[in-house]
Design a protein around this ligand. Structure first.
Ligand code: UDP
Ligand code: MG
Length: 318
């Protein structure tokens, strides 16, 4: 047995139909790796039997359960797991068995042999419906362009991070973070490997189109100011067009006389409407950023841990 310790952090939100099966597959894999390990299950405010089921596994000393006070979302839940993780290498994965636990040894091996800080993953033959893959594909290519962060598959949470990267990420006490992108931002040596992707074992995805769009905006606004620049350039272009249009109308009036200009009123209306539309758009985008600044300065904790359950402390370890 070598000295490296592996932490596996798993966010859980209403996954009672998956937990037993997940642990049944995950524990033998971890045992077989011949390394010290721990499994941190984060209960992200589940309203089903998930928490009770997970607490049942804390009879194993390797398993700890973080109980959050309410549902904070997948990324915040992972961060709360990071806050108590003790491993040298920290692996994140989903609870629904879409990420096969059997890939973990390979992930760790690639990280150790290549001396990488982050090992990302690319899902081979994604097993999701078109309604889930199409938005993701758009999200992936958009995210790459906007943030300049090179990552092929943004959505797969089966990833391995070195301890120092996790520490840097946890030190960023910012809201609306997207863990894989933040990790790549801090890492020097990053690689990606292909992993299998499976059907969700039970239940349905917690991500609606609305949540995906939110996540996308988080990504873009927290890693780039491109939307603000876009507005600036669009504004510049609009102003130029407006002045040109004014000049054309002015000249035409001189050439064709006042009768023509009366008809030109409609052109002016068109231009006016374009400007109004543009102003609203600009205000909307700026509002979004201001809203985020407001959220940031409030410094509201991104998650609150209720208790940490483990084999040697029943409930009081905070
Ligand atoms: N999850 C969570 N909090 C949430 C939503 C999801 O902890 O508010 C967990 C969920 O239990 C699962 C993982 O995040 O372990 C991924 O969620 P899901 O399978 O719904 O997303 P998808 O696979 O469709 O991206
Ligand atoms: Mg899933």
């Amino acid at each position: 047995m070598d000295n490296t310790m592996i932490s596996v952090v798993i966010p859980v939100y209403n996954e009672d139909a998956n937990i037993s099966h997940l642990m049944e597959r995950l524990r033998p894999v971890m045992e077989g790796m011949n390394k010290r390990y721990e499994i941190i299950l984060v209960d992200d405010g589940s309203s089903d039997r998930s928490l009770a089921l997970m607490k049942g596994f804390t009879t194993h000393p390797e398993v700890r359960v973080v109980e959050l006070t309410k549902n904070y979302g997948q990324h915040a839940a992972i961060f709360s797991g990071f806050s108590i993780a003790m491993g040298d290498i920290i692996v994140t994965m989903d609870a629904d068995l879409q990420n096969p636990p059997e890939e973990i040894p390979n992930l760790v091996r690639v990280m150790e042999e290549g001396g990488y800080d982050v090992v990302g993953t690319i899902r081979k033959e994604r097993k999701d419906s078109i309604f889930r893959t199409l938005p993701s594909r758009i999200v992936n290519s958009f995210a790459r362009k906007m943030t300049g962060i090179r990552m092929t598959d943004w959505g797969c949470m089966l990833r391995a991070y070195r301890r120092n990267i996790v520490k840097h990420m946890s030190d960023c006490r910012e809201q609306s973070t997207f863990i894989p992108a933040l990790a790549v931002y801090f890492a020097k040596r990053v690689t990606e490997i292909e992993v299998k992707h499976e059907q969700r074992y039970a239940g349905t995805s917690h991500y609606s189109l609305r949540k995906l769009i939110n996540l996308q905006f988080d990504l873009v606004s927290s890693f780039s100011d491109f939307p603000l620049k876009l507005i600036m350039y669009a504004g510049l272009g609009m102003a130029f067009l407006g002045i040109s249009l004014g000049a054309i109308i002015g000249i035409s009036r001189l050439v064709y006389g006042a009768a023509w200009a009366a008809e030109g009123v409609f052109t002016l209306f068109a231009a006016l409407f374009a400007f109004i539309g543009f102003q609203f758009f600009a205000l909307g985008v700026m509002g979004e950023y201001i809203g985020r600044i407001y959220k940031e300065v409030r410094r509201r904790p991104e998650y609150v841990i209720d208790r940490v359950h483990s084999s040697d402390s029943e409930g009081d370890a905070r």
